[in-house]
Each structure stands twice: as structure tokens, then as C-alpha cells.
Design a protein around this ligand. Structure first.
Ligand code: GTP
Ligand code: MG
Length: 687
């Protein structure tokens, strides 16, 4: 019973066209003043409208792009929406939608039959306990910690850099200034240091003021300082319960992620012999015998027919130390948004590499491969513990030379992406031949040179994530399950901070409604208390069920999180990405929400070597450049400055099926009042 999450995208085969990307630049004409003519928001031909983001031609009846889920313009909120628009939800990206689930009972029409008892796909299939896939569960990536915990997890290099600047508090007061155009700009010291991707992002946690003016405080820092957790919230792990570890399985398409996950689940007794026979038989019948293990997780007919994973599957297994939540991500480039939603919750990642000749190289290809993109995304989400599973070693006769070459080439890239060598474990294995998974290898060709841990041991050696229990509740909602007959709604997701138990009041954002927790379920079992790091389904009562949406956030009633449309970001443009210009329209991803964003302003550009501001108000951002920019979103999202809540402050920017940049929220420029937002929002999205 794998559960899957997707953004509701029914990707057509014809979207695979790699040339899509080449069109990107054509849409923009640079004007003399450096601004751009805005691309057509929507080109309409008879019977169709063209998505402003991915250029897919959608049927007129569609209110959001069938490919990327972006809302059709003009937005319903403009007040000129038609009747169809009224049915559109802003966070429509998780599919099946809550309404699909209502219509079809508690399971989405897109979810296949249950595969096995311990594998769950996607949207919660039961009001409680299962977690959504894209989202997934588990313990916290280092990035989720807030200041106090964060220093404990600094990379050595960062620690050195930071210690030179003293404590975070001291850092906040440390600055450097420069003059340009007769104006003095003051920069935090943090802004003038060389940095890697990870450093660029993490360092903002010390001083997140990337911009120079109009600072708009959320006013939360002080109130959070006053927060006092209750005693029950602070208890450590309950007796007999292993701590959860969210493990995102990522990597290039066909590298063997699902096969490896299925094999592990089977070896660890999570898939019964009977179910395994069933998968084998069905796979053989369709001429895809080699996919038997993958089918334990790829359960939808589309996935099985195409032989690829499309949505994140969630499954569980236990090690000696952890209750591991497996998040089997899709590797195909069209489904990176789904991978993002799952991976944002990861505490650690398993990067699966296909060792076969040509396949490793294809994965590393800057424009078509997903190995680098997945690794960079994972790192940008704060994950710094990585296991590289060099799979399909059987195909290369368990060659040490091949393993070493992969380790050397990929290792260089990982290092440049901010992974510390000491936090990366390299495991040669074969999922197909069951070599080096849960026991030491038996094949002499591998045994003769490999003396390291097997995969299960490597997972067990990961550092337990730090849980942020002493902060007010924050739980981004990845799935919503409604049970109209019972008048209840379940919000599913991972607690990033705080704790919950039955009877407590929660503020549901962005609606601003307050509901009461009726019950909780963790991993299909009822639980009394959920604390930071836990993936749970929260059954709410006393609330309009339509006001609980995927992409929203549950928080403490006295500590509302911010809703905003205008944000300042510090971003790093990824290697090989197309230029980002003023006026560029991009997909903006933040926790489980996705919105259309327009680049409003480019504040400053940093020198990639020195990290110093080398240009103010650049016109264009190129690959590998780091900059502070302002974006305006079409619709408001729940967001926080990265320094106050990492989980709500990490973003990624995508266009035409590729991730262009990753970054953090450095400033909320304009905060949407809840009441204002609520009135607009629910006019458009409630039925
Ligand atoms: P996506 O989810 O679509 O990105 O693919 P994936 O990474 O999950 O790959 P999947 O598990 O679907 O496997 C793809 C193919 O690789 C299947 O035919 C598997 O049988 C094959 N495969 C997986 N692991 C191994 C292995 O260790 N050795 C060999 N020879 N083939 C493998
Ligand atoms: Mg797969």
C-alpha cells in the first residue's frame, strides 16, 4: 500500500521533448532599459490556452495547466473568474485533490490498488496515519532546525567561517559597507564571504537580510521568544518507539530507486511473499519481469505501463535505530516537482546511481540528467547526510575501477554542492542480485575489494535528526483527506516544530480558522502525541473542511505564520540553467505549495568567487550566480524568513521542466493580512 503524491500532473509523453527548454529565451525581449517585455501570460487559440510557464496548450475547460499545474491567467482572484474558476484551488498541485478523494472515497482515483501492507503511496489513503508521498515524513533535515540547534549541525567549514564572525547574534550586528552611486549600502558580513551552494543558503540563517531597504518585519521574533512549550511537548521519544527517519530515495531515471526500495522492503519483511509473487506474475505478464520489485512501489497503471515512477511512494521499514520512512521519488525530469514535495521533508537521502557504462554519464549530463539536479535540490532543502548507492554493479562485473571512477567524478560534484566528504557514504551494490543490501556481499567480485558497511548498516549509521520541539507548532500540510459523511477533515504532514495532542487548538493557515485536534495517527497507528519530526495525520474538528488545503500550514493560534506574495529571496542559479531575467515567470516552490512567480527586481549580484556584491541591480542572472532578487507571486503562500523557520523559508524556482535556482526567503516584503487574504481566497476556492 504505497501511498503516492503528485502535483496532479498528468504528463503527456509529448512533454518529454527536450527542446522545450530551448524556447525559453525566445519569450523575452530585452528592452533598452534592461527591463523585459513580459511574456504573454497566456496565448489563446480557439479552444485552447497556452500555459505561461510550460507553454503547454491546454483545453479551454482547464482552469490550471494540465502539465505543470500552474493556474490559468487571469487568476480567479482577479475578480473576473468564471464559474469554472471558482472550482480551482490555489494549491492544486497535489493530486489527487482533496475533492478527488472525497469523490472517490478516501483514495484517489489516481492511486492504484494497494500493493503491499507496508508500502503506501501518495495522498493519505486513510484519514490517518499514512503520509503523503510527495511529502513524506520524517525527521528533520538539519535545515529544519532553528537557530539554537543549527549550530550543532554546521559543516566544519561553515563553523570556522561563522566562528570567525562570532555568534549568530554577534553576526547580526556585523556588517560591511560599500558605496555605489553615492549611496552607502550596508551588508552583513555573511554577504561578503565566499560560499558554496550550501553555505550560501545556510549562512542566511545567521543574517537573512539580503536586501537593503524596506525591511518588513513579521513581528514574530519577539513573540516566539515568549513562547513556552508545555511539559508534555518536551518529552523525548516514547517508550518502545524508534525515532523516525525520513529517507528520500532520489536519482536519475531508471537508476533502480524503486527496485532497490522494493527489494529492501521485501528483505525486511515488509512485503509478503504472496504480494511479491503477485508483482512478479503481473510484471511478467506485461513483459516487464525486471520491474517486479519496482512494482511494489509503482502501483498505478500509468507507472507500470511506462515503467517509470511518477509520484512519490511512501513506505516504512525498521532498522535497529530507526523507523525509516522511505520516500521513493520519481527520477524522470517531468516529475521533479513531485520529487521536490517529498524531498523537502527528508532528513537524509539515498542517491541511487546506475553504474552501467553510459548510464552514470547520462545521469550526470547537465542538461538531461537528474543526478546533479536531485543532489542540489536535496542539499538546498537542508539535507546534508547522503548515502550514494552505486547500483547495478552486477552490470559492470562489480568492477572496483568503475566504482572508483563514479566516486571520484560524482564526489567532486557533491563537494562543490556543499556535501561534506564525511557526511557522504558510498555503497556499491546490486538491487537486482541482492548484493550488499541488508547483509555483507556474497559475490566474490565485490567481496574481494569492498570492506565497508552494507546499505542497512549505512542507514543505521546516519545521525539522528534534531527535533525542534521547543518552538511553536509548524506543520506544512502535504495532503488533506476529507470525510464529509463524518464531517471531519485530516491534515497530513510532518511537524517541523512544536507538538500536538488531542484537544489542542490549531490555527489553519492560510484561512486563519481555528480548529481542534480530535485525534492523531502516525504510520497508520493512533498516537497520543506528535512532536517535531513526526509524520502524522491530524483529524480536525470544528472547522470548515474546505479551509484545510494542501500547501497550507497548521500552526499555534498565538503564533500565526506569515502569508505573503511579495518576497525577497537569496538564490543560487544552478549549473546549466537558463538565464533569469527581470520579468521572468517561474514556478515558485515552497514546502508543499507552488505558485507562479514573477521576478520583480534584481537587488544585487554576488561574485561567485569572493561572495562580495559585485553588481547592484543586475539585469540578468546566469548559471552559478548568486543574487538577491524580489519575486511577486500570483497568489499568496505561507512563508517565513529562513532565519525564523527554515522549513517555510526554503524555495526553488523552476521553469520549463527544470530547476533554475534554489534559495531562501530573506525578507517578507509584503505580508498579506489574514482576514484580507481569507476573504479573497475563499471567494475563489470554496465551492
Ligand atoms: P524511476 O523511478 O522511473 O526514475 O526509475 P527507478 O530509478 O525507480 O528504476 P526502477 O527501479 O524502475 O528500475 C529501472 C530498471 O533498472 C528496471 O528494469 C530494473 O530491473 C533495473 N534494475 C534496477 N536495479 C538493478 C540492478 O541492480 N541490476 C540490474 N541489472 N538492473 C537493475
Ligand atoms: Mg522508481
Amino acid at each position: 500500500m504505497p501511498r503516492k503524491v503528485n502535483y496532479g500532473l498528468d504528463y503527456d509523453d509529448d512533454y518529454d521533448d527536450d527542446n522545450d527548454y530551448d524556447d525559453y529565451d525566445i519569450d523575452y525581449d530585452v528592452e533598452d532599459n534592461g527591463n523585459l517585455h513580459k511574456p504573454n501570460q497566456e496565448a489563446t487559440r480557439s479552444g485552447i490556452w497556452r500555459c505561461s510557464i510550460c507553454t503547454y496548450d491546454n483545453d479551454q475547460s482547464m482552469t490550471a495547466c494540465d502539465i505543470c499545474g500552474v493556474l490559468r491567467n487571469p487568476l480567479p482572484s482577479s475578480g473576473i473568474s468564471n464559474g469554472n474558476d471558482l472550482k480551482t484551488a490555489p494549491f492544486k498541485f497535489d493530486v489527487p485533490s482533496p475533492d478527488d478523494i472525497v469523490t472517490n472515497g478516501l483514495r484517489s482515483s489516481k492511486m492504484g490498488p494497494k500493493a503491499s501492507a507496508n508500502v503506501k503511496k501518495n495522498n493519505m489513503s486513510a484519514p490517518m496515519s499514512t503520509r503523503s508521498s510527495n511529502s513524506s515524513s520524517l525527521t528533520m533535515p538539519k535545515g529544519r532546525n532553528v537557530a539554537g540547534n543549527e549550530n550543532n549541525q554546521l559543516k566544519d567549514g561553515e563553523r570556522n567561517l561563522r566562528s570567525s564572525a562570532k555568534s549568530p547574534d554577534e553576526m547580526a550586528g556585523t556588517s560591511s559597507s560599500y558605496h555605489e552611486g553615492g549611496v552607502e549600502y550596508t551588508l552583513p558580513m555573511d554577504e561578503i564571504k565566499p560560499r558554496s551552494l550550501a553555505y550560501s543558503l545556510d549562512s542566511a540563517s545567521i543574517n537573512d537580510r539580503g536586501g537593503y531597504s524596506n525591511s518588513y518585519g513579521t513581528g514574530k521574533a519577539a513573540s516566539q521568544g515568549q513562547y513556552k512549550p508545555e511539559k508534555w511537548m518536551l518529552h523525548e521519544a516514547e517508550d518502545g518507539l524508534l525515532s523516525q527517519l525520513n529517507l528520500a530515495i532520489v536519482g536519475h531515471v531508471d537508476s533502480g530507486k524503486s527496485t532497490l526500495s522494493g527489494r529492501l522492503l521485501h528483505l525486511l519483511g515488509q512485503i509478503s511473499q504472496k504480494d511479491m509473487h503477485k508483482h512478479e506474475k503481473e510484471a511478467k505478464l506485461q513483459g516487464k519481469g525486471s520491474f517486479a520489485y519496482a512494482w511494489a512501489l509503482d502501483e498505478s497503471p500509468e507507472e507500470r505501463e511506462r515503467g517509470i515512477t511518477m509520484t512519490v511512494a511512501v513506505a516504512y521499514f525498521d532498522t535497529k535505530r530507526y523507523r525509516v520512512v522511505v520516500l521513493d521519488s520519481p527520477g524522470h525530469k517531468d516529475f521533479v516537482p513531485n520529487m521536490i514535495s517529498g524531498a523537502t521533508q527528508a532528513d537524509a537521502a539515498l542517491l541511487v546511481i546506475d553504474a552501467s557504462n553510459g548510464s552514470f554519464e547520462a545521469g550526470m549530463d547537465g542538461s538531461k540528467g537528474q543526478t546533479k539536479e536531485h543532489a542540489q535540490l536535496i542539499r538546498s532543502f537542508g539535507v546534508d547526510q547522503l548515502i550514494v548507492a552505486v547500483n547495478k554493479m552486477d552490470v559492470v562485473q562489480y568492477s572496483k575501477d568503475r566504482f572508483d571512477l563514479i566516486k571520484q567524478q560524482l564526489g567532486t560534484f557533491l563537494r562543490s554542492s556543499g556535501f561534506r566528504d564525511s557526511s557522504v557514504l558510498w555503497i556499491p551494490l546490486s538491487a537486482m542480485e541482492n548484493q550488499n543490501l541488508v547483509t555483507a556481499p556474497s559475490d566474490i567480485r565485490l567481496l574481494s575489494w569492498y570492506k565497508g558497511p552494507y546499505l542497512l548498516d549505512a542507514i543505521d549509521s546516519l545521525q539522528p535528526p534534531t527535533r525542534n520541539v521547543s518552538k511553536p507548532l509548524v506543520m506544512p500540510i502535504c495532503d488533506v483527506i476529507k470525510s464529509p459523511s463524518m464531517g471531519q477533515v485530516s491534515a497530513c504532514g510532518k511537524l517541523e516544530a512544536g507538538a500536538l495532542r488531542s484537544g489542542v487548538k490549531v490555527l489553519v493557515m492560510p484561512s486563519g480558522d481555528v480548529g481542534t485536534v480530535r485525534s492523531l495517527e502516525r504510520d497508520t497507528r493512533p498516537c497520543a502525541i506528535a512532536r517535531a519530526g513526526d509524520n502524522v495525520a491530524v483529524v480536525l474538528q470544528g472547522i470548515d473542511t474546505s479551509h484545510v488545503i494542501s500547501g497550507g500550514v497548521l500552526c499555534h493560534p498565538d503564533f500565526p505564520i506569515t502569508i505573503a506574495k511579495h518576497l525577497e529571496l537569496k538564490v543560487l542559479v544552478l549549473d546549466g540553467a537558463s538565464p533569469i531575467l527581470i520579468g521572468s515567470q517561474l514556478e515558485f516552490h515552497i514546502h508543499h505549495a507552488k505558485e507562479v512567480a514573477r521576478v520583480e527586481k534584481m537587488v544585487s549580484l554576488f561574485d561567485p568567487k569572493t561572495g562580495k556584491v559585485m553588481k547592484k541591480a543586475p539585469r540578468c542572472l546566469l548559471a552559478k550566480q548568486s543574487a538577491v532578487i524580489e519575486v511577486v507571486l500570483q497568489g499568496p503562500v505561507c512563508a517565513e524568513e529562513f532565519s525564523s523557520c527554515k522549513a517555510l523559508g526554503r524555495v526553488s524556482l523552476r521553469a520549463l521542466g527544470r530547476t533554475l535556482a534554489v534559495g531562501i526567503v530573506t525578507r517578507v516584503i509584503e505580508k498579506e493580512p489574514i482576514a484580507f487574504f481569507k476573504s479573497k481566497y475563499f471567494v475563489f476556492f470554496s465551492k
